[in-house]
Design a protein around this ligand. Structure first.
Ligand SMILES: [Zn+2]
Length: 325
């Protein structure tokens, strides 16, 4: 099972992704966009909040270049990075933690405890797959990309939180108040999202991802409930884990498409009908996406996540999983 290799896409020749420019999301909040292109593991979006005591970085990316952009941002702003908040433990969101710690040794990292379970399970399994894949590839560039993945996992404790997010509530971080929310067993066992009431900005992490929802470690039904929770927040702008910021109407397009995708996968309909459905529903949000890439990803997740054996889904959803309706 090659779940984390993203539909086997890593077997393609790695390409150099062009990085989009830093953009202002709201006063005092800037987006350092991640990249997600065929043939290369993604970087999640990073958000930088200006707080009273310095900068708070929401997600740190995976590749060196992405994290370097965060460090360059801090250098240009002449402000220290005081805190990191990780939305979840996927490597495209925590991979930059060790580099940020190296540059700012007193930084405090905030996250849920879910990385603990992942290190002994999903990431240990992924590491074994990477070792095998290195032995089999003849492409040096590909082998190096796998070694880079292993290096992130082997950073171990440098990836972990210093401050656990164990419940939802207001949290003062670097002198700024954040509405911090913990969602259990949606994208991962513990997902964190943050709402900034002052600017009505919602940092959703991978609860919202484009060009498709990334189901590798997800409980699809609980994720759907989480989207309903996000829908009740009076946000103006929602920043997804991957993709451009969304306004409320666009989020509702995403949410509807998500629900339809789950319904289609649960029905007896052909996988291509489900893929076509997602492409049609999410069309207004996919203007920059390569349709072939979207089809490949959506098809992979229909087959390997949404239509996975019940035991696999139950394990991701936990014993007390709520029904999907
Ligand atoms: Zn991600």
């Amino acid at each position: 099972m090659r779940t984390v290799l993203f539909a086997g896409l890593a077997a393609l020749v790695p390409v150099q992704a062009g990085a989009a420019a830093v953009t202002a999301v709201a006063p005092g909040i800037d987006l350092i966009p991640g990249t997600f292109v065929p043939g290369r593991q993604p970087d999640g979006n990073s958000l930088v909040f200006r707080a009273a005591d310095g900068l708070v970085v929401f997600d740190t990316g995976r590749h060196r270049e992405h994290t370097q952009r965060i460090l360059d941002y801090a250098r240009d702003a002449k402000l220290p990075i005081k805190a990191v908040i990780n939305s979840h433990w996927h490597l495209d969101h925590i991979g930059g933690n060790p580099r940020i710690r190296a540059a700012y040794p007193v930084v405090r990292v905030y996250a849920s405890s879910a990385i603990d379970g992942a290190m002994g399970g999903f990431l240990a399994n992924y590491r074994r797959q990477l070792v095998e894949a290195i032995a089999q590839t003849k492409e040096e560039k590909t082998a190096q990309s796998y070694r880079d993945e292993i290096a992130i996992i082997d950073a171990g404790r440098a990836l972990y939180p210093d401050e656990l997010i164990a419940r939802s509530g207001t949290r003062r971080i670097a002198g700024r108040d954040f509405d911090v929310h913990l969602q259990a067993r949606a994208v991962t066992a513990g997902d964190v999202w943050v709402y900034d009431p002052a600017t009505r900005t919602l940092a959703a992490g991978d609860l919202v991802t484009l060009p498709v929802p990334l189901f590798d470690t997800a409980c699809p039904a609980r994720w759907k409930s989480a989207l309903a929770d996000l829908g009740r927040v009076p946000f103006k702008t929602l920043v997804p884990g991957h993709g451009a910021p969304l306004q409320r109407a666009q989020f509702e397009v995403y949410r509807r498409g998500y629900g339809n995708l789950l319904d289609c996968a649960a029905s007896g309909r052909d996988r291509n009908a489900c893929i076509d459905g997602w492409l049609a529903d999410a069309k207004p949000l996919l203007t920059d996406a390569d349709p072939g890439f979207v089809r490949t990803l959506a098809g992979y997740y229909v087959d390997n996540a949404l239509r996975a054996p019940k035991a696999k889904i139950d394990a991701l959803c936990g014993a007390d999983a709520r029904p999907s309706h």
